[in-house]
Design a protein around this ligand. Structure first.
Ligand code: NFE
Ligand code: MG
Length: 565
């Protein structure tokens, strides 16, 4: 048996995640992913009015703030067989696009770039060379010598004062940090600038969602956002123009800075396109509905098995039985009462904590499976569905990225995407595509209003007896689904099967590892005391543990042993 390393808590993620790896001969040979928190959202929804479920579920997370609201109303609408006004679809789509771009920008720069970028090395850079380099990969007008010089001076004053704030305790000087000082300075500068641009995306969420982070305007049956071009108090042309101005700014940053930085940094770490493959079954759900029923979408969804794009099977509508029938959750290695793999409508959430048992139960996360298989979800899954279905907006940005990498001397194909760096690149590709699609949906909304359609809401009607629904949404971290059973108008069961649950899932009853676990196998570990490589691969999934378990121990029982690094 190799040496065991426990990273607990793993930081720069949302929530409490513990990762254990066994290292032998400088490589990971076994891995465990353990969610170290438990909340109770699914349980407290029982017996409540389905029309308010979204307000509870939205509080599952402070990061993917909009997504559990949208998935929840979609689940109830699906149970009732509802069709929505087009304006409601477009308004929701705009919220989704703006939120996803904000989330992807923050994930790359603020949650994961420091795994690759050595802040202290940036002090040694020549700002003039950084500017030349930045201008050679992008025509973004911000990349001037003065800009990079200013950032370097700011960084120097931080370091000299000994107050490096969020940059304290990083693995600076780690042998796996390989970027030249000029590239490090470029990334630090864009880290700071990204803070400003992500805020612009939040403003768009607030325009359509009433506020940010947690939106107020969704409702079962549509949106609670009155539209009237002649009224200052409603969504009107002035608000739409403001949203366009903000979306154009975000697009400029995403398409000229973010994606180019990922390509440039990725090419300098090209070995990481071969590391972190893991589970290569993929699931994405279609999103950005274009019609009232949810049968046409601007983002493709489906499944791919064994990394083979020829196995692509689409998910075609909000009602597609292919999705509805094939999802289950196992709790064989999760801290819940054993009930065998269950379809979510029959899902049970009864906590049963045992301590961390590597061969027994070891996580608060359940283990979702599709047709009994572990599935990787997230931007990479989404981009692969786009390639497999010849989806133009995806191909445009995949080709952009591959051509740009080629110009930097790195040849990338689909095979390289199944990797740690591939997940970062796919996220940037998805963000670039969403920047285009957000503007498209803004135009669709504007045109629909110009046609005189101001409708935003259809009243839901709850029948006697039992109805069941599923609502799905391609969230920033991947395929999200909420499953509701409604009996005589009240919730009798509610299960959230969340992107991070798919990815951080523990083993199932057959011993199949989840995507985080599988992706760590074979990762190099050059300094066991500073397992930077574990962070690289896990961060590439953008973990959110609050989402994954969405369930806090009200009695305050000890649920974690902290061994901080
Ligand atoms: Ni809390 Fe989330 C997203 C959802 S989790 S971040 O995106 O759903 O995977
Ligand atoms: Mg759940």
């Amino acid at each position: 048996m190799g040496k065991r390393i426990t990273v607990d808590p793993l930081t720069r993620i949302e929530g409490h995640l513990r990762i254990d790896v066994e290292v032998d001969g400088g490589k990971v040979v076994n891995a465990w992913s353990s969610a170290q928190m438990w909340r109770g959202i699914e349980v407290i929804l029982k017996g409540r009015d389905p029309r308010v479920a979204w307000m509870f579920t939205q509080r599952i997370c402070g990061v993917c703030t909009t997504v559990h609201a949208i998935a929840s109303v979609r689940a109830v609408e699906n149970a009732l067989g509802m069709e929505l006004p087009l304006n409601a679809q477009y308004v929701r789509n705009l919220i989704l696009c703006a939120h996803a771009m904000q989330d992807h920008i923050v994930h790359f720069y603020h949650l994961s770039a420091l795994d690759w970028v050595d802040i202290l090395s940036a002090l040694k850079a020549d700002p003039k060379k950084t500017a030349e380099l930045a201008q050679s990969i992008s025509d973004w007008e911000g990349n001037s010598v003065t800009y990079f010089k200013g950032v370097q001076e700011q960084l120097k004053s931080f370091v000299e004062s000994g107050q490096i704030g969020p940059f304290a305790n990083g693995y600076w000087g780690h042998p796996q940090m390989k970027l030249p000082p000029e590239v490090n300075l470029l990334a630090v500068a864009h880290y700071l600038t990204a803070l400003e641009y992500q805020r612009e995306a939040c403003k768009v969420v607030a325009i359509f969602g009433g506020k940010n982070p947690h939106i107020q305007t969704v409702v079962v049956g549509g949106v609670a956002l009155a539209i009237n071009p002649d009224n200052e108090a409603t969504l009107n042309m002035e608000r739409i123009d403001l949203a366009r101005e903000l979306l154009l700014k975000v697009k400029d940053f995403v398409q000229k800075v973010y994606i180019n930085d990922v390509i440039a940094i990725g090419c300098l770490y090209k070995d990481w396109f071969k590391i972190g493959r893991g589970v290569v079954n993929y699931l994405a759900v279609p999103d950005l509905p274009l019609d009232t029923k949810g049968t046409k979408f601007d983002l493709p969804g489906g499944t791919i098995f064994n990394g083979d794009l020829n196995t692509y099977h689409p998910i075609k509508s909000f009602n597609d039985p292919y999705f509805k029938e094939n999802v289950s959750e196992s709790v064989a290695h999760s801290w819940y009462k054993n009930v065998g793999p269950r379809h979510p409508w029959r899902g049970v959430t009864k906590p049963e904590y045992t301590d961390f048992q590597p061969d027994g139960k070891y996580s608060w996360s359940k283990a979702p499976r599709f047709k009994g298989k572990p599935m990787q979800v997230g931007p990479l899954a989404q981009v692969l569905m786009g390639i497999a279905s010849k989806h133009e907006p995806t191909l445009k940005w995949v080709n952009y990225a591959m051509n740009k990498a080629k110009a930097l001397g790195v040849s990338l194909g689909v095979n390289e995407l199944h990797s740690t760096m591939g997940r970062h690149l796919a996220r940037a590709i998805r963000a670039a595509m969403l920047a285009d699609l957000a503007l498209k949906h803004l135009d669709l909304l504007e045109k629909n209003i110009a046609r005189g359609d101001l409708s935003i809401y259809v009243e839901p009607e709850f029948p006697k007896g039992t109805v069941k629904g599923v609502g799905f949404h391609e969230a920033p971290r991947g395929a999200l689904s909420h499953w509701v059973v409604i009996r005589h108008g009240l919730i009798s069961n509610y299960q959230c099967v969340v992107p991070s649950t798919w990815n951080m899932s523990p083993r199932d009853e057959k011993g199949q590892k989840g995507p985080y676990e599988a992706s760590l196998i074979g990762n190099p570990i050059v300094e066991p005391e500073k397992p930077l490589e574990v962070l690289r691969t896990i961060h590439s999934f953008d973990p959110c543990i609050a989402c994954a378990v969405h369930l806090v121990d009200a009695k305050g029982n000890p649920i974690t042993r902290v061994k901080a690094l």
